[in-house]
Design a binder for this molecule. Structure first.
Ligand code: TXE
Length: 504
């Protein structure tokens, strides 16, 4: 049976696909592949819903988004089971991901008016007879193309903020996690039954491409840099703007004064949790030489008790995307061929659909395990002279997403954090920036561009609107053909006094 998806629409395409449990290969549900006409119909319905949603105003939207947040919180158990079944991750990890998404919906709902609502700004001397108002209006319809690794948290960083900014959303979840996407859309329809403000389209890359070409007002994409390029090309046809959250190759830098137990513990979690399928997961570690061996021992020690599986005691699950195991294998093989030393695990750690923890030391910097996103439970550990060299090597990547610095000296840690080219850095913890809703999240280079979360994340889904309102007649009427030479001379004399002073 094809799953119902809460859109109450007739789908013209007859093609379907299955969503599978990656641990057992059982079919979870069957979904329609939305074709071009189906996507177009959905976007058209979203246009009407967008007007209704925008007219609700800040208070109306806030009340409904908070009701949605409450609904997700109360039914978190069901959603977590679904996330577990579709991605294979342990239920507590699914709960953590959902909780983070809830925190973000809450923040977006409560701060949208303050960040985006109308406000008076100074009009300046030249325009002192005008009142100046700045506000951020909704874009209209936002298309969200989501990934599978955090199927609630990641797309919600766009969906929650786009809705709070007053837009309707058409959501295409990954073809690996459509049931989670369907649950989110249906749950929204339960608290906002009046209009299809949040709709689902299901299918693989082709459906995503159709959404990008559909004339939506913005695309929020999360996935690989390779796919982001294709999505941008599709968006270019209509000059549709895009925010792209792509992968990463995040580094942890460990200084000689770091708390090594805490650093090893954070590294193990940052590298292995969710089977390493985390865009801001730790994939490389650079450790100051005088603590290198102690750190490596402590890390190896922690990692030996970490185990993948599908049982309730497992620390992490299978690879969600079966093909990922090949990439992981090729990165390990390449590193070993170049002389890397396996400290924990190796090729034998790959037991599909699971991959055991792998720690590689002395990996040449030009190896794929250092340059490319592995997206598996593997990490490379290298020796550096100090924090500065760690920063230099961390920055020598085409990715720039997150990262971590472990050091006790606050000034040195802050300086290293600032010097990292990434969009986010955690000091003495991992991934903590993702749990602070007022902080923007996003990267540069192959990690993408634009921001979700925080005030910047709200503005990403809004268009700035500038308004001037003349309050009194101008002293000098400069924008008129009746302007006199006298007025112009007065203006230039004023400009010379105000701006013409020499600066030394
Ligand atoms: O991602 P894709 P995949 C990285 C990770 C992983 C790799 C591939 O390294 O190994 O990406 O994963 C839709 N037009 N990340 O294949 O292809 C697709 O249906 C429009 C990092 O799953 O980027 C899905 O909904 N849309 C990342 C979404 O794009 C298209 C999370 C992502 O798929 C499309 C996931 C097209 N032509 C993987 N082709 C992160 N930043 O966390 C595909 N899609």
């Amino acid at each position: 049976m094809v799953a119902t998806i809460g859109n109450q629409q007739t789908i013209r395409s007859t093609e379907v696909f299955d969503s599978l449990n990656p641990a057992t290969s059982e079919v979870i549900a069957t979904f329609p592949v939305f074709g071009e006409a189906d996507v177009a119909d959905t976007v058209q319905r979203a246009r009407q819903a967008a007007s209704w949603w925008a007219e609700l105003g800040w208070a109306g939207r806030q009340q409904r988004l908070l009701a949605w947040k409450s609904h997700i919180t109360r039914y978190m158990g069901r959603l977590a089971e679904l996330v577990h079944n579709e991605t294979g991750k342990p239920v507590p990890d699914a709960q953590l991901e959902i909780l983070l998404a809830i925190v973000h919906i809450d923040w977006a709902a409560k701060h949208a008016r303050r960040v985006l609502g109308p406000r008076r700004v100074r009009s300046g001397l030249v325009a002192m007879n005008h009142a100046a108002v700045l506000e951020y209006q909704p874009l209209g319809v936002v298309g969200v193309i989501g990934p599978w690794n955090y199927p609630v948290f990641t797309p919600m960083g766009s969906i929650g903020y786009a809705l709070a900014a007053g837009n309707a959303v058409v959501f295409k979840p990954s073809e690996l996690t459509p049931a989670v996407g369907g649950w989110l859309v249906s749950s929204f329809a339960e608290v906002v039954p009046e209009q299809p403000v949040l709709q689902l389209v299901t299918g693989a890359g082709q459906t995503g491409g159709q959404l990008a070409r559909s004339g939506v007002d913005k695309i929020a994409f999360t996935g690989s840099a390779t796919t982001a390029r294709k999505v941008m090309a599709a968006c270019a046809e209509n000059l549709t703007p895009i925010v792209a959250e792509c992968g990463g190759k995040d580094a942890m830098i460990v200084g000689s004064d770091a708390d090594l137990d805490a650093a090893a513990d954070a590294c193990a979690w940052g590298a292995l949790s969710n089977a390493g399928q985390t865009c801001v997961g730790i994939e490389r570690v650079y450790v100051a030489q005088d603590v290198y061996h102690t750190f490596l021992e402590k890390l190896a020690d922690r990692v030996t008790s970490v185990r993948p599986g599908d049982d309730r005691e497992a620390d992490y699950g299978p690879m969600t995307m079966p093909g990922q195991a090949e990439i992981i294998e090729s990165h390990i093989a390449d590193a070993l061929a170049r002389g890397a030393r396996p400290v924990v695990g190796g090729i034998a750690s790959i037991r599909r659909p699971y991959v055991g923890p792998v720690i590689l030391a002395d990996v040449p910097e030009e190896s794929k395990a250092v340059t490319d996103e592995t997206f598996g439970p593997t990490v490379t550990v290298a020796k550096v002279a100090d924090l500065a060299e760690g920063v230099e090597l961390a920055n020598a990547s085409r990715y720039a997403l997150g990262g971590t610095v472990f050091a006790k000296n606050k000034k040195a840690a802050m300086a290293a954090a600032r010097a990292l080219r990434s969009g986010m850095t955690a000091i003495n913890s991992v991934i903590s920036f993702a749990s602070v809703p007022s902080l923007p999240f996003g990267g540069s280079g192959d990690s993408g561009f634009g921001r979700i979360h925080g005030a910047d994340g709200l503005r990403e889904f809004a268009r700035p609107k500038a308004i001037t309102r003349q309050r009194m007649k101008p002293l000098l009427n400069l924008t008129s053909f009746t302007r006199s030479d006298k007025d112009m001379n007065r203006l230039l004399a004023g400009a010379a006094i105000l701006h013409g002073r020499r600066y030394r």
